[in-house]
Every structure is written in C-alpha cells, then in structure tokens.
Write a protein that binds this ligand. Structure first.
Ligand SMILES: O=C(O)CCC(=O)C(=O)O
Ligand SMILES: [Fe+2]
Length: 228
C-alpha cells in the first residue's frame, strides 16, 4: 500500500480538538474544557486513499467475535504480537503484527512519541452496525493505548467516578483520526464507544506495562498464565 512514512499529526492534545464535557450549565461561548489528562488526538493520520487501501487489507483479516465469560460480543477482533484472552484471562504472544500494519504503527509511534518497537500489540476491531464497546479500562498488562479510526465516525465516551456520580467527557473520532490514552485518562477514566448504525474499524496499538513486562519475564517461554 502507499502508506510509507510517518506524517506530522495536524493537532495534539495541547491544541484541544472538539471535546465535549457535560456541565451543569451550558455556555455556548465558554472555552472548551480541557481534555482529560493523558488524552491526545490528531486528525488525518492517513489520507483517504491510504484509508481505502487499508480497508481492503482489513477485509482479509480473520476477525472473530469478541468473547467474554461465555458471552459473544458483536464486535470482532484480531490480535497480533500479544493477545489478552478475556475468555480465560490468559495473556501471551501470538502471531506477529502483519507487515501491512507496520507503516501505520510507525505513524502511531511518531504521533505518541513512543518507540515503534514498543508498540508490541496491534488489535484490529470491526464494529458492524449495532456493535460498540462498553465501559472499561484496558487490561493492566498494557500501558499506552493508541487508536486509529476508519470508515465511519464514532464518539469515544469517557467517564470518571466522582463523589457524587461521574464526570464525563467525549471525543469525536472521525475516520482517519488517531488518539492516545495514557496517564490519568487511561488509568483513572473509563472509556466506551456507543453502538452505531454504520460499520467502523479501529486499529489499536499497545505497549506493555510494567505488569505486562514482569509477566513476560516470569513466563520466560513457559505456558500462559492468567494475568490481567
Ligand atoms: O475502537 C476503539 O477505538 C476503542 C477500542 C477499545 O477501547 C479497546 O479495544 O479496548
Ligand atoms: Fe479500550
């Protein structure tokens, strides 16, 4: 595919893209509230032709329905590099990240200021109409989470528990945009994506956390053990 070299993202968390936060009082002229700490965003990490080429490749990825405690989710996923299996909480190496995703991983790393090779996990997720992802934090074996959206817009919803309920935020995710979750937004906030009536794909890249690295050292080639 045409995707070759890293590009500079058009904006970062410091520049405050469209972000909404529920407030008791709605003020049209108020400056947008800050992004939750640790959330950065850029649009146009890919151009439309690159997106189209990537979607052609993704159509051949053998995604399978997400499984959780015997329940089959509507979204379908494929994991590369490392996989975390929610069905039995096992965590371990899996087939390498395919070559066609490596240029995108390079861009994701450049966007996040991380080393490309530290993005050891890639997950391809297909959301068919009616599929979303419920409130969660990503598994603690992973640290940084970088997500690229393809095909149709979605909204990343964010919430954090407070003394009297939840503080909420949301980030629109247009196709070809990229976001990163680290620090507070990754550890103290939960995120979710509401089901939509149009399909969407995402590609997420993750680094291992200290916990993940320890698990990796402990395993030292042995059989998978529960982690998470
Ligand atoms: O599709 C996305 O952008 C988010 C996916 C997600 O939150 C996850 O796989 O943990
Ligand atoms: Fe997540």
């Amino acid at each position: 595919m045409a995707l070759q070299s890293p590009v500079a993202p058009r904006c970062s968390g410091a520049q405050q893209p469209h972000i909404g936060r529920m407030t008791a009082q709605f003020d049209l002229f108020a400056a947008p509230p800050p992004l939750p700490a640790g959330l950065t965003y850029a649009d146009a990490i890919l151009d439309p032709a690159e997106e189209r080429a990537l979607l052609v490749r993704l159509a051949d990825v053998p995604v399978t329905p997400f499984k959780f405690q015997g329940w089959l989710g509507k979204r379908e996923t494929a994991s590369y590099g490392w996989r975390y299996d929610f069905a039995d909480a096992s965590f371990g190496p899996t087939e390498p990240i395919p070559d066609f995703l490596l240029p995108l991983r390079a861009r994701a790393a450049a966007f996040a200021g991380l080393a490309e090779e530290d993005l050891v996990q890639a997950m391809v997720t297909r959301y068919d109409p009616g599929a979303g992802i419920g409130w969660h934090r990503d598994r603690p074996v992973f640290e940084h989470v970088i997500g690229i959206s393809l095909a149709n817009p979605a909204t990343l919803r964010l919430r954090r528990r407070t003394a009297d309920g939840f503080e909420r935020a949301h980030l629109p995710l247009p196709p070809r945009s990229i976001y990163r979750l680290s620090g507070a937004v990754r550890h103290a906030w939960e995120h979710s994506i509401a089901a939509m009536d149009v399909p969407r794909w995402s590609i997420t890249f993750r680094t291992l956390s200290d916990k993940g690295l320890k698990e990796l050292a402990r395993r030292s080639g042995g059989p998978d053990r529960p982690a998470g």
